[in-house]
Write a protein that binds this ligand. Structure first.
Ligand SMILES: Cc1cc2nc3c(=O)[nH]c(=O)nc-3n(C[C@H](O)[C@H](O)[C@H](O)COP(=O)(O)OP(=O)(O)OC[C@H]3O[C@@H](n4cnc5c(N)ncnc54)[C@H](O)[C@@H]3O)c2cc1C
Length: 335
């Protein structure tokens, strides 16, 4: 087990902010995790993956816990599907590369999303019409109160758009150790998401395989999103708001081109469109800037402070509120 004290978090968050933590520890087994939890039982504890959905707003006065466990294994197989258990510390995209190579369908639309398997089950990551919850069978997690590893069926995690119980009522209770996915053998990929269909046709693909879909998704993401090695970011800064039918009708009467997805309980409007129409594209505060090619993303152009990023985010929220009377909620977690 490796513990570093009073250490920089610069390499542990994709905004590239140079905050410090009292301690950063990497555990290689559940036993090591239990030892760390016993040792730090009176400290704040933050389980962290790649820090790609986190904005460190100050130094962290506690223990940052990273999982060094990064294997995946097949559990059971039927004629239709396979249960694959992946350790929480495995990079989600490495898992997807492996499962696509094995001809197992269900994760391909989530290709190239940064972050770890454990966090994907916290966040219910989603892209191109798919969400992690569609294929999560169950989650294994260490209960910090009892130090037992429990098996939590997906149905108990209350998954919804970028939401699970691990984000609020279970936040300080569980540390995810592995996730079990149910993946399909010989699956026909879901390419119904408009942008994905268009990209596949641009690439000249007629009946796409899982690897074709993965290639198209990666190509789309590389066109639209900043590479974190070049510009620090946490991907989409805000969630897409879901508004009532009444609010939607009001907006549509002034903006007939408003894009939307009708869903149970209202209409989801792309936050990127709202931000763009509120005149925020290219807006900057210090070293933080709204990304030109995808205004839902705030980037660190090199020397941004957490203050710059927070001020810029608040300015975007204010402008969208003024223009559309909609409150944008951050998807990024402030720590
Ligand atoms: C360029 C870019 C593009 C992105 N695109 C997308 C996208 O298309 N769709 C999408 O959904 N997201 C996207 N994201 C956001 C991000 O990649 C996801 O939210 C991802 O799941 C975060 O993974 P992580 O390992 O970095 O988690 P972190 O940011 O380290 O942690 C996220 C949360 O999970 C908790 N956590 C982490 N590991 C554990 C664990 N083992 N047990 C309990 N809690 C844990 C943390 O405490 C924190 O609350 C993008 C980010 C970037 C930088």
């Amino acid at each position: 087990m490796n513990i570093r004290r009073n250490t920089s978090l610069l390499n542990f968050n994709t905004f590239h902010l140079d905050m410090k933590a009292d301690a950063v520890a990497v555990f290689q087994s559940v036993e090591e995790l239990k030892t760390l939890l016993a040792e730090y039982k009176n400290s704040p504890i933050l389980p962290l993956g790649e820090g790609s959905n986190i904005l460190f707003t100050r130094d962290y006065g506690g223990l940052v816990l990273l999982s060094g466990m990064n294997r995946a294994r097949a559990l059971t197989e039927t004629r239709e599907d396979v249960l694959i258990e992946a350790d929480a510390g495995l990079k989600m995209d490495s898992l997807i590369a492996q499962t696509v190579d094995m001809g197992l369908g269900g994760l391909e639309n989530l290709s190239y999303i940064p972050g770890t398997v454990g966090a994907a089950a916290v966040q219910n990551v989603g892209a191109y019409g798919a969400e992690a919850k569609d294929v999560i069978h169950s989650v294994k997690a260490l209960d910090r109160q009892t130090l037992d590893v429990v098996d939590i069926p997906a149905a108990d995690c209350c998954y919804a758009y970028r939401y699970s119980r691990f984000k609020d009522e279970w936040k300080d209770r569980f540390i995810i150790t592995s996730v079990v996915f149910r993946l399909r053998i010989g699956a026909v990929p879901d390419v119904s998401y408009k942008g994905l269909t268009e990209e596949l046709s641009r690439l000249g693909v007629v009946s796409p395989s899982l690897s074709d879909v993965r290639r198209a998704v990666i190509s789309l993401r590389q066109q639209k999103l900043p590479e974190v090695a070049q510009y620090g970011s946490a991907g989409s800064f805000f969630k897409n708001p879901i508004v009532s039918a009444e609010t939607f009708a009001k907006i549509q009467s002034s903006y007939s081109d408003v894009p939307f997805y009708a869903m149970d309980g209202g209409y989801k409007i792309p936050a990127a469109w709202l931000i763009d129409r509120s005149g925020c594209k290219g807006l900057a505060v210090g070293g933080a800037r709204v990304w030109d090619r995808q205004p839902l993303v705030i980037v660190n152009t090199g020397n941004a402070t957490a203050e710059d990023i927070m001020t810029l985010a608040a300015t975007v929220q204010h402008r969208v509120k003024q223009q559309f009377d909609i409150d944008l909620t951050p998807e990024v977690q402030y720590v």
